[in-house]
Design a protein around this ligand. Structure first.
Ligand SMILES: Nc1ncnc2c1ncn2[C@@H]1O[C@H](COP(=O)(O)OP(=O)(O)OP(=O)(O)O)[C@@H](O)[C@H]1O
Ligand SMILES: [Mg+2]
Length: 239
């Protein structure tokens, strides 16, 4: 069982401006938690703190099993962060290479197939479209095979059909892991989430999470998904 994640009393300031203050949230183990909120609210900053890439000004991030989080988290950034001089295949294995571990190119190729890019393995990032680059970054995140996965708008550059396919792939691959997914898309939140929460205000605060019924991924035409989106849009409008 992967750990849950507890955020307690997180404060963040940039150059004196208070971005968020007193954030407290529990990400339940083995669930998809979805984070939404207006542009600039601090979602990416929060994810970077959880990933250990940035220290908060106050507060703690801990795993519910009390073991260190380091080495157990994979992070898919809002920008794809692909190395420009490495092929798509080598970018998928980049984490292993940076850690000095053997690179499993067969597994990386299999993941490129899963994201629909088997024929682009040798392409450099500059030769790929924005949506293709995003799918290479997704393959890299899945390659890492970590119990905790943080994803920042992972499907934002994809067309509608590819987006639904990649949502299904992520749901299948990451089932049973502790996932925090940032999105601006209420449909995506309602397809993939066990729960959602909204970060908003200045300084930003987190709303009490809303549980979503049933088990993700929900089919795009599932009964009730429109109703869930309506509820989410209402909360976003009021936040
Ligand atoms: N390194 C930084 N230095 C100073 N200010 C920053 C820095 N990073 C982010 N900010 C500011 O902090 C606020 C939150 O930024 P953040 O990227 O976390 O927002 P976000 O909720 O992810 O937005 P979006 O939905 O547009 O991605 C913004 O006002 C941004 O301008
Ligand atoms: Mg962001």
């Amino acid at each position: 069982m992967p750990p849950g994640i507890e955020l307690r009393g997180l404060d963040l300031r940039y150059a004196g401006a208070e971005i968020f203050s007193g954030l407290t949230l529990i990400l339940p183990p083995a669930e998809f938690s979805v984070l939404l909120g207006p542009s600039g609210a601090g979602k990416t900053s929060l994810l970077r703190i959880i990933a250990g890439l940035e220290p908060p000004d106050a507060g703690t991030v801990t795993a519910t099993d009390n073991a260190p989080l380091a080495g157990r988290v994979s992070y898919m950034a809002q920008q794809d962060l692909l190395l420009p001089w490495a092929s798509a295949l080598k970018n998928v294995c980049l984490g292993a290479r940076l850690r000095g571990e053997p690179q499993n190119f067969a597994r990386a190729q299999e993941l490129l197939e899963q994201v629909g890019l088997p024929h682009r393995a040798s392409a450099r990032p500059a030769e790929l479209s924005g949506g293709e680059r995003q799918r290479v970054a997704l393959a890299r995140t899945l390659y890492e095979d970590r119990p905790v996965v943080l994803m920042d708008e992972p499907f934002s550059s994809l067309d509608a059909i590819t987006r639904v396919r990649m949502q299904d792939l992520a749901a299948k691959f990451l089932a049973g892991r502790t996932v925090l997914l940032i999105t601006h898309d209420p449909f995506e939140a309602c397809r993939l989430g066990h729960s959602f929460t909204i970060l908003s205000g200045s300084p930003a605060r987190l709303a009490v999470p809303t549980r979503l019924p049933g088990i993700p991924p929900r089919a795009p035409d599932e009964d009730g998904i429109l109703h869930l989106q309506g509820e989410l849009l209402r909360q976003l409008a009021q936040s």
